[in-house]
Design a protein around this ligand. Structure first.
Ligand code: SF4
Length: 306
């Protein structure tokens, strides 16, 4: 069926449905069922149709894209799928979500390094920096394994921006566990973190755990990590000031009463360029520009095109 898209030039493409992981706080495997992957030919054909319709950026979607293809008649890895999608003419950018750290292979890191259309952004949900809590969450990796993965990714794809999800106040999370998480986040230094206060889901293992954490404690822990997130993401964006950036322009926006064209770099930094700098409409095209300074409370880089 034709997809109703918010933007004419970018679109999500489902590559799989369901999940086999049973993280102890999550209801998805119960409501969406087990993992099913779509055939690569179907995915490629859908993307080609989207490109013919003006789409230049796609987001490959699945609960755990790293285990794509395992249940196909002719098994295929996600890295192989990325290489196939990368060959599609007219497509300029490929993003994907979500990656489970335990399934992220060396083959995928190599594909990210080799495929020029694959964006330098990886969302890699950590959830906790305490291996004890990770075990209770049934995430099936330790903080040491996660750190090793981050080091290997950064070694092969140096410009990659890493973002993550964190749950605070998971049942049984002590002050020590929380401090361990904070220390770990300071060490990894993510570009952006999505901080969630644990919330109970009926029917999950975590909902039945005895040591539920008080809401006030969750709020305090969340506030601490949100402050860290703000400082780290600001630092990350500052590193790009004075550098040349490649931006896919998405839309015309008003900022403080002035008109700007805004868009994103390959590593997912929002950039604004004064609308007056362009003679023609730049939306849907990639432009190289010079990063001047941070605006909008530090979440956007103001850049010059000319
Ligand atoms: Fe699956 Fe993600 Fe839910 Fe874990 S959190 S069970 S990986 S959907």
């Amino acid at each position: 069926l034709p997809v109703d898209r918010k933007y004419p030039f970018k679109s999500g493409v489902n590559i799989m449905f369901g999940c086999n992981n049973f993280c102890s706080y999550c209801i998805v495997p119960y409501v969406r069922g087990r993992e099913r992957s779509r055939k690569p030919e179907e995915i490629v054909a859908e993307i080609k149709r989207l490109v013919a319709d003006g789409v230049v950026e796609i987001m490959l979607l699945g609960q755990n894209v790293n285990s794509y293809g395992k249940n196909l008649e002719e098994p295929m890895t996600f890295a192989q799928l990325l290489r196939e999608v990368n060959k599609i003419e007219g497509l300029k950018r490929i993003r994907f979500m979500t990656s489970h750290p335990k399934d992220l292979s060396e083959e995928l890191i190599d594909a990210m390094r080799d495929c020029e259309k694959v964006c330098l952004h990886l969302h890699l949900p950590l959830q906790s920096g305490s291996s004890r809590i990770l075990k209770l969450m049934n995430r099936r990796y330790t903080k040491e394994q996660y750190l090793d993965l981050v080091d290997r990714i950064r070694a092969k794809v140096p410009d990659v921006s890493l973002t993550t999800d964190i749950i605070v106040g998971f049942p049984g999370e002590t002050e020590e566990d929380f401090l361990e998480t904070r220390k770990f986040l300071e060490k990894v230094h993510f570009y952006e973190m999505h901080i969630f206060k644990y919330s109970r889901r009926k029917g999950t293992v975590a909902d039945k755990m005895k040591e539920q954490v008080a809401d006030t404690v969750k709020s305090e822990r969340s506030a601490v990590l949100l402050a860290l997130e703000k400082a780290q993401s600001l630092e990350y964006r500052k590193m790009y000031i004075g550098k040349r950036l490649e931006v896919l322009i998405e839309e015309l926006t008003e900022i403080d009463g002035r008109s700007y064209y805004t868009g994103y770099t390959k590593n997912y930094i929002r950039v604004a360029i004064a609308a007056g700098e362009f003679k023609d409409n730049p939306v849907n095209d990639i432009y190289e520009c010079m990063a001047d300074k941070l605006i909008c409370d530090g979440v956007t880089i103001l850049a010059r095109y000319n």
